[in-house]
Design a protein. Structure first.
Ligand code: OAD
Length: 251
């Protein structure tokens, strides 16, 4: 259980006055929903599974069936889970500030499920599909397939529309993320290890525009020396932050 967090008065004021806020989320934002993170804790994905096998195009080409099944299992797990209070606080923040942008590295769709309107997905979405030649594929036609189907347009294999290692981020998403980061006045990273580029460049863009950098994380991260750190779990810190900024309990 995270202790009661004390908030800097400057942060409270900045948040009350902010016209343009970014919540930048990583796996830690969904941890309390039951989604495993990648690098921390004993059940982290990249502790138990080899990135080369499950999160690269080479891995998919070597064994499409294995990778397809792994994502199918993750998709089914996520479908049984729900957004947690952290997602809900972030979604409600748009009632309070003129512009709230969520930039997420998560692929679980929980921000949209919680009601956030402006969500930029940097690493794709596990519920979406495309073929190896980038033709979009309707989810309902392949979602339950036990093996990677073939694209109806070009006949190549269908894969999850997520970003794998060594692949570029979706250009438009990253361009928008950079633009919004440069313009924001408060940039709050929630549950991010900041170990994966280019997503982890975004705080630098925000800092170059003079933004207040904040992070919420129960563990130390390489972002500690750049950001005002709220040490605790997202689902516990964010409702406290809401209360401190808006003077009302979050429910
Ligand atoms: P990581 O697993 O690298 O880091 C998760 C962070 O969340 C860590 O710093 C934890 O301390 C923190 N954390 C854990 N529980 C938390 C909680 N309840 N509240 C707040 N924070 C908590 O995940 P990401 O930073 O998201 O990319 O990883 C970035 C990318 O690496 C992922 O999008 C994925 C992965 O490989 C791809 O697959 C392309």
């Amino acid at each position: 259980m995270t202790d009661t967090v004390t908030f800097d008065e400057g942060l409270i004021k900045a948040l009350r006055e902010a016209e343009n806020i970014i919540f930048f989320t990583g796996a830690g934002a969904s941890a309390e929903s039951g989604v495993p993170t990648f690098r921390t804790g004993t059940d982290s994905l990249w502790v138990d599974f080899d990135v080369e096998d499950y999160a690269t195009l080479d891995g998919f080409n070597r064994n499409p069936q294995k990778v397809w099944q792994w994502y199918k299992g993750r998709r089914e797990n996520m479908a049984a889970l729900q957004p947690n209070v952290a997602h809900h606080v972030i979604a409600r923040w748009q009632e309070k500030a003129p512009r709230v942008t969520v930039i997420t590295q998560n692929i679980d769709n929980f921000h949209q499920d919680a009601g956030s309107d402006l969500v930029i997905e940097l690493h794709g979405n596990i519920h979406h599909f495309k073929c190896l030649n980038d033709h979009p594929v309707e989810s309902s036609s392949v979602d339950n397939s036990e093996e990677p189907p073939l694209c109806e347009i070009c006949g190549s294999l269908v894969r999850p529309d997520v970003v794998w290692f060594n692949e570029p981020l979706p250009q438009e998403a990253f361009d928008h993320a950079e633009m919004f980061s440069r313009e924001c006045s408060v940039f709050i990273a929630v549950g991010c290890s900041m170990e994966v580029q280019p997503a982890a460049f975004l705080p630098a863009f925000a800092a170059s525009g003079g933004a207040y950098l904040v992070q919420i994380n129960p563990e130390a991260s390489i972002f500690d020396k750049y950001a005002y750190t709220l040490r605790g779990k997202a689902g516990e810190v964010l409702p406290q932050l809401w209360q401190a900024v808006w003077g009302e309990s979050f429910n």
